[in-house]
Design a protein around this ligand. Structure first.
Ligand code: HEM
Length: 500
């Protein structure tokens, strides 16, 4: 039986790999596929032999496709897959994909296991590090023990203080006005592409400082894109040392960007000029034991910040644009709110006025409910975990899905409707603690929430003042599930300059 499993899975992967052009790559890929398949088979056998009968494991969704398991069904439509499983098996269930067993904790109560857990029990590095370390570099984030990363997060958070955010509003407004000059008075354009480009510029201005922003030309943008090419399902599944073209590009881009950043950091250190910005906060920061961050750590953190905020914010901003374009009355109310909160003549934005844009804020909150950019948070079970009367064994990848929690039938009224007004009520989501978690919770919670709100509200305030938006022939983008963050498919929007 196990030999049969092994042969089948090896053949399946072998066939796929056989279609690839790069011979060397194919050989190495095939070798690693075989290793993975072997690992999978031995894991299955081990599980069978050591299963402790008295423990009740979560319900397991069977699959007749060896090794790949449910990868195809999940890849096609992950939310539908999880919602169906929830209906059938309840809030905790397991299934296999590409040789790994995933256990989902759906709903607020089940999710609390992840958010209240210790990192030693449900571990983040084990699942994220292979993806992030080649991109961010060594010495930061998931490459260091979690207590060190928590200290690094604290330093990052202190750089995103109110005084800095106030400056950021001006910078983001100026970058947005400048970027959208190329759009002219009316037309149909790719909104997601534009916002992705804009957000690299705004994030670089706000988080990297003016020296690095001034170096941001087409060549550097290409390096960011190559680095970003490291964030793929393939990079997550295959060993990082494989000589794949995308891995090589990623590694080269990482080295070059690190060089650029390191030169800027060293110049800033030696200039002695007092600058009050995010980069300076990191240069001046120290760990609890008094040790300052070295150049390598700062450069890694700058890369991490850019990428952590880039896709999350650009995807959210783009979806928000389509929700506003779909509902012209809501869009008009948001524009009216600009005048009511900021003044009839719409002076330049400032941080305090931004806080008064309550309707815009609720639109953003609702966008994050229906389209949270991170659809799954993951941890590795390093010790057996109890959830909903089951025991999750060591080695399972334990997952919580904000997307599913944000639309559970029993929790949310009119769950699929875009309704910013729902947040006016006190008892949103039946008061369940983890029903709304676009920024996660617990020790791994996002530190970029305030910055993301400031950034997206500033961009959309500026855009609403410039243009009126419409869907093109009524098309509201479908969801592209092939990317790690679920982006809008064919995100073309129609726009016309707003008459004063
Ligand atoms: C709309 C924007 C954003 C969304 C929806 C978002 C979402 C998230 C989520 C869900 C997590 C938790 C991950 C987990 O538990 O596995 C997280 C963590 C984090 N995010 Fe964000 N994020 C956003 C923007 C940003 C920005 C702008 C930054 C930086 C300036 C940032 C930096 C981080 C960091 C450092 C962590 C900590 C990871 C950890 O401790 O393991 N994020 N974010």
């Amino acid at each position: 039986m196990s030999t049969h499993l092994y042969q089948l899975s090896t053949k399946l992967l072998g066939d796929t790999i056989g279609r690839m052009n790069d011979n060397l790559t194919s050989i190495v890929l095939a070798a690693s596929a075989i290793t993975l398949a072997l690992g999978y088979v031995s894991k299955v056998m081990l599980k069978q032999s050591s299963a402790e009968k008295h423990l009740k494991y979560p319900p397991y969704i069977p699959s007749y496709i060896p090794f790949l398991g449910h990868a195809i069904a999940f890849g096609k439509s992950p939310i539908e897959f999880l919602e169906n499983a929830y209906e059938k098996y309840g809030p905790v269930f397991s299934f296999t994909m590409v040789g790994k067993t995933f256990t989902y904790l759906l709903g607020s109560e089940a999710a609390s296991l992840m958010f209240n857990s210790k990192n030693e029990d449900l571990n983040a590095e084990d699942v994220y590090s292979r993806l992030t370390t080649p991109v961010f570099g060594k010495g930061v984030a998931y490459d260091v023990p979690n207590p060190i990363f928590l200290e690094q997060k604290k330093m990052l958070k202190s750089g995103l203080n109110i005084a800095q955010l106030k400056e950021h509003v001006k910078i983001i407004e100026a970058e947005t006005i400048d970027y959208f000059k190329r759009w002219g008075d009316c037309g149909e354009r790719n909104l997601f592409e534009a916002l992705s480009e804009l957000i690299i510029l705004t994030a670089s201005s706000c988080l990297h400082g003016k020296e690095i922003r001034s170096l941001l030309n087409e060549r550097v943008a290409q390096l960011y894109a190559d680095l970003d090419g490291g964030f793929t399902h393939m990079a997550w599944l295959l060993p990082g040392w494989l000589p794949l073209p995308s891995f090589r590009k990623r590694d080269r881009a990482h080295r070059e960007i690190k060089n650029i950043f390191t030169k800027v950091i060293q110049k800033r250190r030696s200039s002695g000029e007092p600058v009050d910005d995010f980069l300076q906060t990191l240069i001046d920061a120290t760990y609890k034991d008094g040790r300052p961050l070295d150049d390598n750590e700062i450069a890694g953190m700058l890369i991490g910040l850019l990428l952590a905020g880039q896709h999350t914010s650009s995807t959210t901003s783009a979806w928000m644009g389509f929700f506003l374009a779909k509902d012209k009355a809501l869009q008009d109310r948001c524009y009216a709110e600009q005048k009511a909160a900021c003044g009839e003549h719409l002076p330049p934005l400032d941080f305090d006025q931004l806080k008064d844009l309550n309707l815009l804020e609720r639109c953003l909150k609702e966008t994050l409910r229906l389209r949270p950019p991170i659809m799954t948070m993951m941890r590795m079970a390093r010790s057996p975990q109890a959830a909903a009367g089951y025991t999750i064994p060591v080695g399972h990848q334990v997952c919580v899905s904000p997307t599913v929690n944000h639309r559970l039938r029993d929790t949310w009224v009119k769950r699929m409707e875009f309704s910013p007004e729902r947040y006016i009520s006190d008892n949103v989501a039946a008061g369940e603690k983890f029903a709304y978690v676009p920024f996660g919770a617990g020790r791994h919670r996002c530190i970029g929430e305030n910055f993301a709100y400031v950034q997206i509200k500033t961009i959309w305030s500026t855009l609403l003042r410039m243009y009126e938006f419409d869907l093109v022939d009524g098309y509201f983008p479908t969801i592209n599930y092939t990317t790690m963050i679920h982006t809008p498919h064919k995100p073309i929007i129609r726009y016309r300059r707003r008459k004063p």
